[in-house]
Design a protein around this ligand. Structure first.
Ligand code: NAD
Length: 556
């Protein structure tokens, strides 16, 4: 569908004309999966096809499938006896081969016309939207323990949107040209970066992996993609879809690897020209430090893009609409088990509203089903990703059980016999600076601090200064002057700021995502600014008249 449309929109009849064309792209509709719907039937079939299956996932280097002896397994978080993928780690030698293969492919790929590169991503988006939708959803559900809706907004809607909007922005960027003054014409050539980009993805969004590797590739770069160990099944499917859509084999090298081995190898290559990372703060800091230590080796200053964690807040004012606070907070804190960088993990409630908010939160909390999302579509969230996460979250719950400042109001039970299950936990704290209010937990744990109504301005300052993160936050208030005040005081506390809405659920091209402080470099994936990170523009001046003598007239 997109290729003919592109060809119609951008007939190859001269650059200028092409550049002016705007491409219409809309967000992918989120399907409802109601009982009896065709999408539900297709998903159920895809889920049953995965039952008990283990997919073999090789490294793909230089266009060849390669197996090393370092075999690993990805298990289903809600049933850890099910190995969903068997894969292998690339070692240092294989990673260096991947770098060589990528660098060798760079010049030719970079010279492809942008509309032809874009056509591949439009095609991949169409495949994900249509024939491959059920497959990618099922693999995201089984491998990363997502519910139907969480898989749909991630592996279908967001990934499709990333591919389509990035492609649109890339083509339209060519239309941004400098002015020309006779007798010269000026133009800007949007080149890829000279070297390879290392894309390192987290487990929690299938879409993010596709975007971290895909966006630089779209812009003419070659990429080494290191997927997350716990998102291998869905990542490999995205990779294969890109190849089937026409991506030349050497543009993205698919290299599962031990994190530090990958980081050490790519940062010590002279060809490194970019790191496109999403994950935790310590990992990104480590990569940044390694790049700075190796700076003298590189041919370029590598571009470093990192989207990291958050300690996201919901601030509730006494004028807030309580049902919005309750449903927004339950969704933000507990959907996908709180394993979203934008998940609300600290709630500030005014004393006057707290009894009502608390009663409603606890009542709704009883309705939350935690379980196997493939067997019961009524599941609100499932197991957390792996044993490491399970233990980390359990430690926080133990901290709440033993700290005099904290009381557990509901949930917090942990059981890892079948899967890594943690019941949604609501904690009240009397100390707004307790570590539980400052550090990222990345699990289904919500902490609440109740403040005296008349101190809301001090609370806004407290929210701003409590944690080192600056990712997302929400203000719930009907009083316009409070909203204005909060917007001002929390200006640096969140890169994605919500008014009377929950702190999660950003949509590509609507709320481009990312935060500052230790939350990252805030490059706003899902916006036109993001693709600029992956291009190195060349300004070209062509003069159409002889240059004349070298002496200036005033010198005569
Ligand atoms: P992580 O940092 O543990 O891992 C991220 C990736 O880095 C994985 O592929 C991992 O294997 C790799 N890695 C680990 N050590 C490495 C090293 N030394 N060198 C190179 N790569 C290395 O993070 P995670 O647990 O996968 O993801 C959760 C984190 O990601 C949370 O902090 C969350 O907030 C953050 N996150 C942020 C955003 C955002 O847009 N801001 C989105 C999703 C997740």
């Amino acid at each position: 569908m997109w290729l003919p449309l592109l060809q119609r929109t951008l007939p190859r009849v001269g650059l200028r004309w092409q550049h002016r064309a705007a491409i219409e792209v809309a967000n992918e509709p989120v399907l409802a999966f109601m009982s009896g719907s065709p999408e539900r039937a297709a998903l159920q079939k895809a889920l049953s096809d995965l039952k008990g299956k283990t997919e073999a996932i090789p490294c793909v280097v230089g266009g060849e499938e390669v197996w090393t002896a370092d075999i690993r397994y990805q298990v289903s978080p809600f049933n850890h006896s099910h190995k969903v993928a068997k894969y292998c780690y690339a070692d240092k030698d294989l990673l260096n081969k991947a770098i060589d293969a990528a660098v060798a492919a760079r010049r030719e790929w970079d010279l492809w016309p942008v509309q032809e590169r874009a056509a591949i991503f439009f095609k991949a988006a169409d495949m994900l939207s249509g024939p491959r939708r059920a497959e990618i959803l099922a693999k995201t559900m089984v491998g990363q323990a997502k519910t139907v809706i969480q898989a749909e907004i991630d592996a279908a809607a967001e990934l499709i949107d990333f591919f389509r909007f990035n492609a649109k922005y890339a083509v339209e960027l060519e239309g941004q040209q400098p002015i020309s003054v006779a007798p010269s014409t000026n133009s800007m050539v949007y080149r890829g970066l000279e070297g390879f980009v290392a894309a390192v993805s987290p487990f929690n969004f299938t879409a993010i992996g596709g975007n971290l590797a895909g966006a630089p590739a779209l812009m003419g770069n070659v990429v080494l993609w290191k997927p997350s160990d716990t998102a291998m099944l869905s990542s490999y499917t995205v990779y294969k879809i890109l190849l089937e859509a026409g991506l030349p084999r050497n543009v993205i090298q698919f290299v599962p690897a031990d994190g530090p081995v990958f980081g050490d190898t790519v940062t010590s290559s002279e060809h490194l020209c970019g790191v496109n990372f999403t994950g935790s703060v310590p990992t990104f800091k480590r990569l940044w430090k390694q790049v700075s230590e190796n700076l003298d080796r590189y041919h370029n200053f590598p571009r470093l893009a990192g989207e990291c964690g958050g300690k996201n807040f919901h601030f509730v004012h006494a004028s807030a609409d309580v049902p919005s606070v309750v449903s927004g907070t339950l969704r933000s804190a507990f959907e996908y088990g709180g394993q979203k960088c934008s998940a609300c993990s600290r709630l500030y409630a005014p004393a006057s509203l707290w009894p009502r908010i608390k009663a409603e939160l606890l009542e709704e909390h009883r309705e939350i089903k935690v379980g196997d999302p493939t067997e019961d579509f009524g599941t609100f969230f499932s197991a957390v990703i792996d044993n490491k996460s399970f233990e980390r979250i359990r430690k926080w719950i133990k901290h709440a059980e033993t700290s005099p400042n904290l009381s557990i109001l509901a949930g917090g039970g942990c059981d890892d016999k079948v899967g890594y299950f943690v019941q949604p936990c609501i904690i009240e704290t009397t100390d707004p600076k307790d570590p539980i209010m400052q550090e990222e937990i990345f699990g289904p744990v919500l902490s609440v601090y109740v403040y005296p109504d008349n101190q809301y301005k001090e609370i806004l300052q407290l929210i701003d200064s409590t944690s080192p993160y600056g990712l997302t936050g929400a203000v719930f208030a009907q009083d316009k002057s409070v909203i204005a005040e909060a917007t001002k005081l929390l200006r640096n506390a969140a890169g994605n700021f919500y008014i009377n809405d929950k702190s999660t659920g950003s949509v590509v091209a609507q709320q481009p995502f990312g935060g500052a402080r230790v939350s990252g470099t805030n490059d706003k994936p899902g916006s036109p600014y993001y693709i600029l990170r992956w291009t190195s523009p060349q300004a070209v001046k062509e003069t159409h008249a002889p240059l004349g003598g070298w002496k200036y007239p005033y010198m005569q």
